[in-house]
Design a protein. Structure first.
Length: 256
C-alpha cells in the first residue's frame, strides 16, 4: 500500500462526512437509474424456447415456477467445457443466499448454459449450489440474447455484445450476461431488461465488502479485472485455476 495520512478523530470525521455526502448522492442516482430501468419498454417473446432440465423439457414460461418475474443468468459453460467459467462461478456463489428471500418477492432465478445438462448438474453439485440450472443446447436462446456466438461470426472478427458491435477475441464463444423477463396473467412472456460485462457487479456482494477496505479490490493486474478470483473450491491450489482474461466478465474492454 501507498503511505497513508494519519489524522485526529475530528479530522477523520470531517473527511468521512464529506465522503458520506457523495455516497448518499451515489445512492440517489442509483435509485433513479433503477426507476428508469423499470420503465424500459418490453419486447414480447414469440420464440418457443425449450430447455433441458432435471424435470425434462421445459419452456421459458415454465421457468417462472409460478411467479411473474424471472431472472436468467447467462452462465458461461460451452458444450465441450469441463467446468464453468470462474467469473460466472464467483457470481453464482452469491445467488442461493439471496434467492431464499427474493423467491418470496415474486422473483424466480435460473442459470442457462449451452453445456449438456449432465455436465451442468455435475458442476452444480460440486459447487454446492441449489438454484435451477438448465441447458439451452438445443435452442437459439443464447444466440438470440447475444451471449453465445457461432464460429463463423467469431471468425468474421465482429460480434454484438453489451448492446454494441465489438471485436471478437480468438476464443470468444461464450460471454456472460443477465436477462429479466415478465409473465402476465395470460401467460405471455416479455423481455424487460438485460445487462452484460461488468453489469454483474451489482449482485457481487463480495465486492461490496472488499470495496470498503483500505486495499480495495487490488485488481487490474495484466489487464484482468478478476485475476485474484478462483472457484471457491480452488483457493488452496497453486493458482492454475484462477480467472482468465478471456471471460467477458473479467475483461476491462467489456466494462460497463
Amino acid at each position: 500500500m501507498k503511505p497513508h495520512s494519519v489524522v485526529s478523530q475530528e479530522e477523520w470525521q470531517n473527511a468521512a462526512k464529506a465522503l458520506l455526502a457523495k455516497e448518499k448522492e451515489h445512492s440517489r442516482k442509483g435509485d433513479e437509474i433503477a426507476r428508469q430501468r423499470r420503465e424500459l419498454p418490453w419486447v414480447k417473446i414469440t420464440q418457443n424456447y425449450v430447455f433441458e432440465s432435471t424435470e425434462g423439457k421445459v419452456s421459458l414460461a415454465d421457468l417462472f415456477d409460478g411467479r411473474s418475474q424471472l431472472f436468467v443468468y447467462h452462465f458461461m459453460f460451452g458444450p465441450d467445457w469441463e467446468e464453468g467459467c470462474t467469473g460466472c462461478s464467483f457470481l453464482c456463489d452469491h445467488v442461493d443466499g439471496a434467492r431464499q428471500h427474493f423467491e418470496h418477492h415474486d422473483l424466480s432465478f435460473v442459470a442457462v448454459s449451452r453445456g449438456p445438462l449432465e455436465k451442468l448438474q455435475e458442476y452444480r453439485k460440486r459447487m454446492g449450489w441449489k438454484f435451477r440450472w438448465v441447458s439451452s443446447a438445443n435452442t437459439d436462446f443464447n444466440y438470440d440474447f447475444n451471449v453465445s456466438f457461432p464460429a463463423e461470426r467469431v471468425k468474421d472478427g465482429k460480434i454484438t455484445y453489451n448492446l454494441e458491435t465489438i471485436d471478437a477475441g480468438e476464443d470468444t464463444e461464450e460471454l456472460p450476461g443477465m436477462s429479466i423477463f415478465y409473465k402476465d396473467e395470460n401467460g405471455e412472456v416479455y423481455h424487460t431488461y438485460s445487462s452484460f460485462g461488468r453489469g454483474g457487479e451489482a449482485i457481487l456482494g463480495a465486492y461490496s465488502f472488499i470495496d470498503m477496505t483500505p486495499k480495495g479490490r487490488q485488481e487490474n493486474k495484466n489487464g484482468n479485472l478478476m485475476d485474484w478470483v478462483k472457484r471457491h473450491d480452488r483457493y488452496e491450489d497453486d493458482g492454475r485455476h484462477a480467472a482468465k482474461s478471456c471471460c467477458g466478465c473479467n475483461s476491462e474492454s467489456k466494462a460497463a
